[in-house]
Design a protein around this ligand. Sequence first.
Ligand SMILES: [Zn+2]
Length: 492
Amino acid sequence: MPDSALQELLSSYKPIWALNHASAIFEWDSETYMPLEGAKSRGFAQAEIALMKQERMKQLEQSIAKVQKLPDLGDYEKGVVRVLVRELRYYQKVPPSLLEELEKVTAEATVVWRTARKKSDFEIFKPFLEKIVELKQREAEKLDYVGHPYNALLDLFEEDLTTDDVDRMFSGLIPESKKILDKVMSGSIFPSTHPLEDLEYNRDDMQKVNSEILRFLGMPEGTFRIDVSTHPFTVGMSLEDVRITTRYEGRSFRESMYSVIHECGHALYDLQIDRSLEYTPVASGTSLGVHESQSRFWENIVGRSRNFTRLIYPMLMSHLKFLSGYGEEEVFRYFNMVRPNPIRVAADELTYNFHILLRYEIEKKLVAGDVLVEDVPSLWNEMMERYLGIKPRSASEGVLQDVHWSGGMIGYFPTYSLGNVLSAMLLERMEKDIDLESSVSEGKLNNVKVWLREHIHRWGATYSPKELQERLFREKYVPKPLVRYLERKYLS
Ligand SMILES: [Zn+2]
């Protein structure tokens, strides 16, 4: 029987849910259909919504405390309290003046960063990055971290994540990945370039391919939209309305297709959360890392597999006439090219985590004050050469390539590698219950969806990312399964 204190808390939360809902639609619209000049008023409206949300959150303090004191809370109730306490704690510890300053600086810095990247001139962006690092250091101080100050910032993106977790993960992953990469680079099975990269496609044909992909993955009709944006993304509006995007660059068709598969992975997580959690604080994915494990699982482990290539090959042939002359094996090789590249978003499965390690090391040093902003470009290039043997030709190909820092997102990057690591942990766990290979080769992807729903999706944010892993694996952020997956795929 639900307690009345809990009911009271949940009903006071509903307006906050609605504000989040509105804010998500604003965000989606900004990236898809809003005319350029709308940016200023949209920014104003978003800031007002954020303030309203903050006010409402603070009003929940006593209701939260009442529920916290109830005896014998179940997992769901504990989850609700955990999520709300975290949000409230942030607003209580970080003073509004600091939030406002961060908001102002990052709004301007994002615009400045675009110009700096276009001109490939770090000097233009440097004063903004200096200011942002200083503000993030102050934010970390306010949040009273344990251990490294970067822990406070990591926790904002991945609950309870610490530098110890990330260091342990990379130290088990990076040397092994390097060995695999070296072997692949000296072999001839996985090419570093492919003629299909240069072939142009017709956009209508590609849209048909993408619609068929949505059908293969069994995206539930009437619960999603797919639109176009420069950088593909997913925004969940509710448990029955998710928006994804892809891009059409006109050549190298795999980019558009894999964006769709990746974003579907995010979308399915949101859509398969138990309906009874709707309008509550736990009606969302539990963290960025767990979210990314879903997109990576579908994109890489399913989508870039031999069996998936075989499954979709006839469909590809029927829509993309230029594929005649390229057999299934050739298309598989094109899907799985391996090439150290200075650009993170163009990286393959084997090199991707090196890009994250580099950013993680730099952020950790910046936050601790162990490196000056002015030295970041040379540190970046030096690490890129050490890790991947390549030297960015310009700042736009190096330190200026990502939007994250300009938006104040320091501590975000590691969640991408967490996603990769978790996706392979899931693979090994899933294989104890279902035969993934035959499910994919027979097109029975529903088996995979049902497994993910039962073990991860349905809970929403009821369990923290660490609790969820504890329940599923009895251990956390373990890199070994990813190493085994990469060895199996690339070396056998
Ligand atoms: Zn993603």
